[in-house]
Design a protein around this ligand. Structure first.
Ligand code: G6P
Length: 471
């Protein structure tokens, strides 16, 4: 029986090395929930890195535990974590793909390690892949992998999905290894992005850099067709609707009511990342308090920043900048009964996130660039009363779908500040009208729908190729 092999840099389970020893913990990411319906079926399997460097003996023990869960670990060494993950993936691809080119540090050592680790993932795939299988590869850490697998297994079905933006040709061509990266991606039969613009940028880079032929969204590569399309990713909307009814969430809401009383809350949740526009958001909140003193003691920003990649220099600096800016705003505006910015640098359990989504009057999601952004969809899915206001950056992929949000340009601080006033004054009727539209979209185009349409399109693409080859 043929199977589906999912490959991503991270597994949906991570190893947590604490003083009590190694523990396996689920990752809360959208990908993990979305793909659980796939990898838990039949003989399917998920290949990826469990997130921590472990000794050989521990690796053996963890491998057998993970295998029972259909997870096949690829372990990275300390050097690989520094050069492949922190280096090439997060100091070259991440900044370039998020339009932050001055942050990129081109280093041959990073490139060498990126090739080696993609090769390591290929070996892991070849250990389990059989003719007739489908391989679904995810994200920018593994751009070479489709090409490497194609060379080893010419007829196998390969899908590739990129979760972050694909930049315009002018940005992408800055990368010294641009041709090799594109060739790698073109090993897939189907290349998917969140938005039509990302797909368009990719097609433009492929045709201009590699001079491959294109007809609409189909590229011809060595007599093979590669289909390029957009598949906007959804969330497990039902999970966010249901969890709001649990007792633990209700208790958390009661605590929030006790702590904040009549103060209205604006919610902000991100991973620590310069692409998320956290500093600009704080600037906008500062501007809002300065220009609208009537809201003092009436509105607070509840800001969660989830620690991430803090071994990379730019992330450490960002963390310090956030600390400074939050301190500055609070020092200037705080009163004995009110803290303007309630800032948390840590991750929160889902029961608390759900309570915050239900409780907050406004959710402020203003990335400078974001492939999709799932936080805004989670907020919408959690609003079972159909009220609440979403302020969303036009630079997030989600803004193409959630057009009933207040859409802002995250570089326009004044506009963001005024959008907070607009949100706080929006009539309940208007809130309900907009939120109902967004909720129906988030619930219909959920993560299962995303998996289904990608897989169906992949099968269709393969059938089309086979019939062309048979002619
Ligand atoms: C983004 C990327 C993912 C990545 C995640 C967390 O969502 O698209 O590929 O796994 O960030 O980042 P991390 O570096 O911790 O894996």
């Amino acid at each position: 029986m043929s199977k589906t092999i999912i490959v991503s840099n991270r597994l949906p389970i991570k190893i947590d090395a604490s003083e009590q020893g190694l523990q396996l913990k689920p990752s809360e990411g959208g990908l993990a929930t979305g793909l659980s319906s796939v990898y838990k079926n039949g003989n399917n399997v998920w290949i990826g890195w469990p997130g921590t460097e472990v000794a050989d003996e521990q690796a053996k023990q963890v491998t057998s535990q993970l295998k029972e869960m259909r997870l096949s670990p690829v372990f990275l060494t300390k050097d690989e974590i520094a050069l492949f993950y922190e280096g090439f993936s997060n100091e070259i691809l991440w900044p370039i793909f998020h339009y932050m080119s001055p942050y990129a540090r081109y280093d041959d050592k990073y490139w060498l390690s990126y090739q080696q680790v993609n090769e390591k993932f290929k070996q892991a795939v070849l250990q389990v892949a059989e003719p007739g299988d489908t391989i679904w590869i995810h994200d920018y850490q593994l751009l070479l992998l489709p090409g490497l697998i194609r060379a080893a297994l010419p007829d196998i079905t390969i899908g590739f999905f990129q979760h972050i933006p694909f930049p315009s040709y002018e940005l992408f061509r800055l990368i010294p290894w641009r041709s090799e990266l594109l060739q790698g991606m073109l090993g897939a039969d189907l290349v998917g992005f969140h938005t039509y613009d990302d797909a368009r940028h990719f097609l433009s880079s492929a045709t201009r850099i590699l001079q491959v032929k294109s007809s609409s969204n189909v590229l011809t590569v060595h007599n093979r067709s590669v289909v390029v399309e957009s598949f906007p990713m959804g969330i497990d909307a039902e999970k966010f609707e249901k969890i709001g009814e649990e007792q633990a969430v209700r208790d958390n809401i009661t605590h929030l009511q006790e702590s904040f009383g009549n103060t209205r809350l604006i919610l902000s949740i991100d991973r620590l990342d310069y692409s998320k526009g956290i500093l600009q958001r704080l600037q906008a909140f500062d501007c809002f308090l300065q220009n609208h003193p009537e809201y003092k003691e009436k509105v607070s920003l509840y800001m969660i920043v989830v620690p991430s990649r803090d071994t990379v220099g730019q992330y450490k600096e960002l963390r310090d900048e956030i600390d400074k800016m939050v301190g500055n705003i609070n020092a200037r505006f705080r009163t004995n009964v009110w803290t303007p910015v309630n800032y948390f640098y840590r991750s929160f359990p889902i029961e608390m996130l759900s309570a915050l989504y239900s409780f907050a009057d406004v959710c402020l999601v203003t990335p400078m660039r974001d492939g999709m952004n799932l936080v805004c969809k989670e907020y919408v899915a959690s609003r079972s009363n159909n009220d609440g206001v979403l302020i969303l950056s036009e630079m997030a992929g989600a803004s193409k779908e959630l057009i009933d949000a207040i859409i802002v340009n995250p570089n326009n601080i004044n506009q963001m500040s005024e959008s907070i006033v607009e949100a706080l004054n929006m009539s309940t009727d208007e809130q309900v009208k907009r939120m109902t539209q967004m909720r129906s979209l988030v619930s219909k185009y959920n993560v299962n729908h995303w998996v289904k349409i990608f897989m169906e399109r992949l099968e269709e693409t393969k059938r089309m190729q086979q019939s062309l080859q048979a002619r």
